[in-house]
Design a protein around this ligand. Structure first.
Ligand code: F6R
Length: 608
């Protein structure tokens, strides 16, 4: 995830900025840079790679003199991790420098507009439009210029702005992306994260969306979006560096669970324009799409389960047969695949060895591969014919959470886009699905909020030797992910079963007190799953159901119920998985497990 720092004072800015960037390294990044205003104007130093490399290049900052500056660690989204794409970006007249976290959703149209006016671009980033807008709107007054520029931006952004005409002054702007101002004595700071501030000051001002601030060594002035000065309270930072890295959460996994509304928004929002799903990176014509007579999804672990969950939406909306196959199986299966197969390859890291091998095998048979990947510039992203990034930001906990939900979000967009282009998704159904898609970030937040009872439930279930997860159709896919989450971080044996399969063998294992997690979010099949609940309860099972809010039927059948907000069944896995993640997390916590680094597991499985 990108990180931002800013400093104004009397000390040399560069070394402080580099120190701040080091504190933000834990967030994950692929390039870094600083811009400092000195006697000769703004000087930018940026590189792809680590902050350490930037320190070497700048002699720990000594080569970049000046006492006002901004810095950035970049996690690539728009454009590969290269020196040119790294921040800060500089205007063509060299008078403005900008660092940015977030995504400018309307960057394509702004870039077109500025290019038409003769503006030259030097990077592939969405951010670069900001610095050229600043130059374009420059009216001699920095505050007015910043306001005019920000008024043109759509999306999420935390911005740090440096202007060569205003030595000692920084501007910081916040919209849907965190930005904190550090209040010092004779110097002031900003950062995207308190970790970068705590070594310098414990006094902070938290900007709200739509607010911006002017920082000088003497003071900080905060404005609302209309430019009116407002009073903001100064808060005391109580976290140490370690707590700050995790945003105050006990573990990265919990932090990443909580980040899901924002992550899913980042995956979806830039791809919805005027009520249409726009996938620029996979912009096939209806005729080209009609060439595909089969879709094969391949991946490993949770990414595979995301494929299992989304295959229902893909099949239902495109009416093309869809198969989900584990990459480790597909690579050796002598699969019947040819140029009429669309291969969808899902991977958070983009480096999973089995997934890469399965993709190579299928492409050698003529299939064309569409990758759904989080890490920009990874092997899978580079090798596939097309790549749709999930834009989840770096995932630090080994167990994936926001990686999985953003994969689902992109797969749902894909299903809708393909179904629409193929003419197999009528306007009414499209409108209903679009309505749910737009609400997804909010619904995910609601699902998190509705799960307040999970820590107490975890106390009830944490000492079970074994748990079962059941469901049908989309619910079964969620049960698969639920069981995996439980196993990998709590080390408790967990089995997932298609509910209708229980009586073909597994029900023999159900005895007095066996916990059964029943996912019941597929309304058409709920009565069927309830009949399975009745069967296991008759053998002594304790049933914890996951169901839509307002479902009264389930309350009388299950021992405990966790509710999620109602949504179209095809999209329900993205909400139903939230209680699975939280349950696994709190059970593991209850059992004192090393949640972020479970034993025997690696974040990226680069061996077969
Ligand atoms: C489980 C988990 C793994 C990964 C799998 C694939 O929480 O994280 O099962 O989903 O190793 O990894 P990627 O998505 O990087 O290909």
């Amino acid at each position: 995830m990108c990180g931002i720092v800013g400093f104004t004072g009397t000390q040399q800015a560069a070394s402080l900025l580099l120190e701040g960037l080091k504190k933000l390294e834990y967030r994950g990044y692929d390039s870094a840079g600083i811009a400092v205003l000195g006697d000769g104007g703004i000087r930018v130093e940026k590189i792809s790679g680590k902050v350490e490399k930037l320190c070497e290049k700048t002699m720990d900052g000594a080569a970049v003199p000046g006492s006002t500056g901004i810095g950035h660690t970049r996690w690539a989204t728009h454009g590969a991790p290269t020196d040119l794409n790294a921040h800060p970006h500089l205007s063509n007249d060299g008078r403005w420098a900008v660092v940015h976290n977030g995504i400018i959703e309307n960057y394509a149209s702004l870039r077109e507009e500025l290019t038409a006016r003769g503006c030259a671009f030097h990077s592939e980033t969405d951010t670069e439009v900001i610095v050229h807008l600043l130059e374009y709107y420059d009216a001699g007054d920095v505050k007015t210029t910043v306001m005019k520029t920000v008024a043109r931006l759509e999306g999420s952004y935390a911005l740090g702005v440096l202007c060569a005409d205003k030595p000692g002054t920084l501007f910081a702007v916040r919209e849907s992306s965190p930005l904190i101002l550090g209040v010092g004595v004779g110097e002031n700071y900003f950062a995207s994260d308190v970790t970068a501030l705590v070594s310098y000051t414990k006094n902070a001002i938290y900007l709200d969306d739509g607010e911006f601030a002017e920082l000088t060594p003497e003071g900080i002035t905060v404005y609302d979006c209309s430019g009116k000065q407002i009073e903001k309270p100064i808060s005391r930072i109580t976290w140490d560096v370690e707590a700050a890295e995790k945003g105050g959460y006990a573990h990265f996994m919990l932090k990443e669970i909580m980040e899901q509304p924002a992550a899913v928004r980042a995956a979806i929002a830039p791809r919805l324009r005027d009520g249409e799903v726009v996938l620029e990176e996979f912009d096939l014509t209806p005729e080209e799409l009609r060439e595909f007579n089969k879709i094969v999804i391949t991946a490993c672990g949770s990414a595979y389960y995301a494929g299992c969950a989304a295959r229902y939406a893909l099949e239902s909306l495109t009416r093309i047969p869809v198969e989900a196959v584990l990459a480790s199986e597909l690579r050796y299966a002598d699969p019947i695949i040819d140029e009429h197969t669309l291969l969808i390859v899902i991977s958070q890291s983009g480096e999973t060895a089995d997934t890469i091998a399965a993709m190579k095998e299928c492409r050698s048979r003529g299939a064309r591969a569409l990758a759904i990947v989080n890490v920009v510039g990874s092997t899978i992203a580079k090798t596939a014919d097309w790549t749709l990034y999930t834009w989840a930001g770096p995932e630090i906990a080994v167990a994936t959470t926001k990686g999985y939900t953003t994969q689902l979000a992109v797969l749902f967009l894909l299903a809708m886009s393909m179904g629409r282009k193929l003419g197999r998704l009528d306007d009414d159904r499209y409108a209903l699905l679009l309505y749910d898609l737009l609400r997804l970030p909010k619904l995910i937040q609601n699902a998190i909020d509705l799960n307040h009872a999970v820590p107490a439930l975890a106390k009830k279930y944490h000492d079970s030797p074994s748990l079962f997860f059941i469901g049908r159709n989309t619910d079964w896919a969620v049960a698969l992910e639920g069981a995996l989450k439980m196993k990998e971080i709590s080390y408790i044996h967990a089995e997932s079963y298609a509910a209708g399969e229980l009586k073909h063998g597994t029900i023999a294992l159900i005895e007095e007190g066996t916990p059964v997690v029943a996912v019941c979010c597929n309304e058409a099949l709920e009565d069927k799953t309830i009949s399975n609940i009745v069967e296991v309860k008759a053998r002594g099972a304790r049933v914890l159901a996951v169901a839509f809010r307002g479902d009264r039927k389930i309350v009388s059948q299950a021992n405990d119920v966790i509710f999620i907000p109602k949504i179209n069944t095809l999209f329900s896995p993205i909400l139903a998985v939230i209680p699975m993640q939280l349950l696994a997390y709190y059970v593991a916590k209850e059992n004192g497990c090393d949640i972020d680094k479970p034993k025997n597991l690696a974040k990226s499985v680069t061996v077969e």
